[in-house]
Design a protein around this ligand. Sequence first.
Ligand code: HT7
Ligand code: ZN
Length: 875
Amino acid sequence: HIVKRRLDYEKPDFLISETALTFDLFPEKTVVTSVLLVKRQNTKASHITLDGEELCLVSVSVNDKALSSDEYELNASGLKLCIDCDSVELKIVTEINPKQNTSLEGLYYTQDAYCTQCEAEGFRKITYYLDRPDVLSIFTVTIRTTDAPNKYLLSNGNLVKRYKEGDTDIAVWHDPHPKPSYLFALVAGDFDLLVDTFITRSGRVVNLELYLEKGRLQQGQHALDSLKKAMKWDEDTYGLEYDLDVYMVVAVDFFNMGAMENKGLNVFNSKFVLADAKTATDEDFFNIESIIAHEYFHNWTGNRVTCRDWFQLSLKEGLTVFRDQQFSADMSSYLSTRISQVKVMREHQFVEDTGPMSHPIRPDEVMEMNNFYTVTVYDKGAEVIRMLHTLLSAEGFRKGMDLYFARHDGEAVTCDDFVDAMATANNMDLQHFRQWYSQSGTPLIAVSKKENDLAATTEFTFTQVNPKTADQKEKSPLFVPIVAEFLDTSGKVVDAPSLTNSSIIVNEQHNSFSVEGTNLTPVLLDKFSAPVVIDYDYSIPELLHIIRYASSSYAKWDASQRVFSACIQARYAMQISNATPRGDKLINNRNTLDVQGVLSEYANVLVNADIEGDVLVELLSLPSTETARTGLKTIDPIAFEDASEYVQKSFAEHIGGHALACLSASQVATYQYSVEQVNQRALNASWLKLAVLNEDTRNAALLEIEQRYIQSDNMTDRLNCLKVCQIENIDLFDKLMSSFEQEFGHDAVIMDKWFGLHATTKRVDILAQLDLLRAHGQFTINNPNKVRALIGSFAFYNTLGFHQKHGAGYKYLGDYLLDLDKVNPQVASRIVTPLLQFESFNEPYKSLMKSQIERIFTSKGLSRDLFEKASKALT
Ligand code: HT7
Ligand code: ZN
């Protein structure tokens, strides 16, 4: 398997100005005829090499002259032939088998429909082509079928004509916008169609068409409404309009990721389209709105201006995630959306950075591109864009965006081109800032304070530590904006005139910063202004001071996470005190913490202070293991889980009868997806959990759960009920889960929730349960949603089931991955992630996990996807 390097980029020797494709669709033998107008760019080039994989070549001709097999070279990755003039017409006929294609990359056929997925390098599984993003071409696509159920024949752009020739149905599509092959799409099948129109601000009438599984029309309305909101928002916020007469969204059940932004024809995982109160949770409604927006926003950031090469992926993904995050914050609550983004960073991206797959947001080396659709490229990429937005202000950022489009519309460009546009438009030197694109890892900012009583000032010193990562040893200090405020003893924010845009800029290994006054509590990294870890030795009174007085709700939440984390670490240290590694600073410091005292005081603050519901819901939730273990190099996962449960239960006891009282006082209204109701349901879920965890109120709360489960009109409340009794009453859980299955057993999308709940239940016989669930009628290894719901949930979230003392959980995943790799390598390569983190665990877990990676690495016929990850984990 070959490693490709970013710095090896070379311009293409040939371009393809026009691409005409004809598909004669048959499930087991589709014939693809491709006519390409090839233009030579480099006069020294005499041969063209077209990418192609798993294709059966039928014929090749150049300018209508058929080539014999000794006039071209064919191998497993492509087709090479001679072109020694500046312009030729190339005609290539290939055959493919969409039904046999279980990788869901290229053209595939499932559930009586044809569908494509070409990003990143899937087009080469359809026909021989220059399958690279800097080759932009105008596409005309003809789809032919004799199969009557293929009522809709869809491709990119505008429909030119639809007609019949004998018993063959034919559709011709033309996309006037030049595009790279990864944005090509074709869908053929029978669907229900939901339509609407949107009139752009310059008056273009755009037909909006949602293609849904038959019988699901009602469940598409939220997605359609979201699309209209996104179109309007992009016009208002960035002045960007849609550019075709039709915008199509197709929902399919078999899909490798969330959705795909193919020009004019988005393909979506049906999980991110279908929703109504009865079947979808508030979180589902939120995700649909955000993913619909994300794909729509790609029309400018990704499609009109695309990537020069795949190393630049964050150019489109980081920027588009940032845009969808801005949109979501405008549509719903700022606080909860920002917190969920920060959780993704702390729970997944920071973890990726400590493991073998660590890479910068613009990677330098890639073996399998599909392995780089990561939380680093996407979410850290968005955080980097967010820092630019903070530094330049909203207005300056918009100026930069305008210049970026003015310069590069219709081009394939680099991350540097983007930063150049931002720098020029704002007349700002962003040289140091660019380092974020090339340096991997999470900076640690150690903060210390020194009071000068005579001058009545406090000096804060920031020391930037950039730990080495698996991919890079040498690091240098980054440019880090830390939004901060300082509270005096009465809780007032002190004036700090030397802040720039409310930020302290940390750009050297040591930066010092002086503030008037003493006895100050620093509130640091408000709103997560940079993707870093702040290491300041907060005392519990300081944290409680922040929770009482900070001007920002985000800062209160962040402080509350530190309170809980300190308690969990203290309890954990006590549990494993014999095995505590020497020199583990945090453990030693926290060892002496009076956990019960802290929790009692914290619960008291929450119960007695007047805190808004949306803030309260965040302050009541414990951090994840990944957040709570910050500062600990390795942990015993089971002991850590025990410590976390102990803290959760103790906290519930200190909250006391208040939880049940608040729950009983809450009003039940008919379901609406609105900010107020979403907050109220989330708060009720927190009270319910606390009431069940508290022994005094447990029985009353369990009765409440059963009633609520039966009476509720929505999936959010019902799922919350199931999650709570999953922890504390397995009999009731089993009873409600059976009733869930009876009610929704026919519905593939809803049943994923059921599989996920089963997979995360604490049972000694969890592995036998997984076997049973794999034999369930709704489960199939061919469907990524099912695999993620069952096997993914188990490996990522079932701590006790996965981390078994003798490694049975790890072996279960290892066995499964080897089977899955043959069916769908992309999905296998995502689900291997929990095993890659073995360096973060104590023995015997570490060695047992590692031995599964070794087993995978040495198995025969391993995909490039799994090979890349396993080999990196072992070096
Ligand atoms: N640009 C897309 C990324 C993608 C993808 C989507 C579906 C299936 C396979 C895929 N490989 C890469 C999705 C996005 O970021 O919007
Ligand atoms: Zn995207």
